[in-house]
Write a protein that binds this ligand. Structure first.
Ligand code: ADP
Length: 300
């Protein structure tokens, strides 16, 4: 019997957002809009997305002993995430400094802060959380060695889901544990390197699968997704919505898919559900603020 449907191992950031008419050049100062501070980071986003759907969710992450850390902890608890695994201190909370121009384009500077101090030792010390979790998910906004330690600490019979974002080449040991590896087209290209040149998304899904994951999901934004496993490659139909803000869509998709898999859904079924969750998320502004409840997904 598992206490948690999902354990998310990953990052938590404060997103500091300022709207600007144009970005400053070197040595220049420009005035911007009022500052908006939002809880973010891919780990924290996945945990909130899963909990809002009704998953029993825990987060293993590190924040600073500061205002941003408290904001992140409050946001997790308000969504029903168990924060027993959120470590506090060691460095300031991770921050993303985001400027948005009138065309909607972002420029982002990330200070990983406490995320960079989530260590393999922290993973080993959380053994009881791993034993209690049916599915474990991770991303790459924490040190790669911490993700390696995560796959080494999976409980017998639990399942591992990875969204390798921001993307970098992955060790064979991590790839082999993924069931599935979830990538968008950009992430697929970085992970495949030269072997991704040319070809269709289906081709890339097959080549990714040949690298060792037990299954692969390629997300295609408004075009839906692809699922690749030993049974072949299947398309997940897109859900037609009017998108206003795609921030966090991939995080909501990953969390929803991980939760449905843990509840016994087949991979294609779980991906179809996740596509509906992603579709609702893009109809609303923001990341965590845009994630739907299960009832809202049903109503779509
Ligand atoms: P990421 O945010 O990682 O780049 P995607 O943009 O591919 O990921 O989005 C993840 C999933 O969210 C997609 O596979 C799709 O199911 C859903 N989604 C994203 N954008 C849209 C959209 N414009 N319309 C409908 N669904 C979308």
């Amino acid at each position: 019997m598992y206490d948690y449907d999902l354990l998310v191992v990953g990052s938590a950031n404060a997103d500091l957002v300022i709207g600007v008419e144009r970005r400053p050049g070197a040595g220049e100062t420009v005035l911007g809009s009022d500052l908006a501070v939002h809880p973010g980071g891919k780990g924290a986003n996945q945990a909130v997305a899963a909990a809002r759907l009704g998953a029993r969710t825990a987060l293993l992450a590190r924040v600073g002993d500061d205002t941003h850390g408290r904001l992140l902890l409050d946001a997790q608890r308000a969504s029903g995430v168990d924060t027993v695994g959120v470590l506090v201190g060691g460095a300031p909370t991770g921050v993303a400094l985001i400027t948005v121009d009138p065309s909607g384009d972002n420029s982002i500077v990330v200070s990983p802060g406490a995320n960079a101090r989530l260590t393999p030792g922290d993973v080993r010390a959380a053994a009881s959380l791993f034993q209690a979790s049916r599915v474990v998910s991770a991303q790459l906004e924490i040190p790669l060695e911490t993700v390696v330690e995560t796959v080494r600490n999976l409980a017998e019979g639990s399942r591992f889901v990875l969204n390798p974002s921001p993307p970098r080449p992955l060790p064979t040991e991590v790839l082999a544990a993924c069931d599935p590896l979830i990538v968008n087209e950009h992430e697929a290209k970085v992970i495949l390197g030269d072997s991704a040149v040319g070809g269709s998304p289906e081709d890339r899904a097959r080549i990714l699968l040949a690298k060792g994951p037990r299954s692969v999901v390629v997300t295609l934004g408004a075009e839906g997704a692809l699922v690749a496993s030993a049974q072949g490659v299947t398309r997940v139909a897109p859900v037609k919505v009017d998108a206003v803000d795609t921030t966090g869509a991939g995080d909501a998709f990953t969390a929803a898919l991980a939760w449905r898999l843990g509840r016994g859904a087949a991979l294609t079924e779980a991906a179809a559900y996740a596509a509906r969750v992603g579709a609702v998320a893009v109809t609303r502004e923001g990341a965590q603020a845009s994630f739907p409840t299960a009832a809202e997904v049903e109503a779509l």
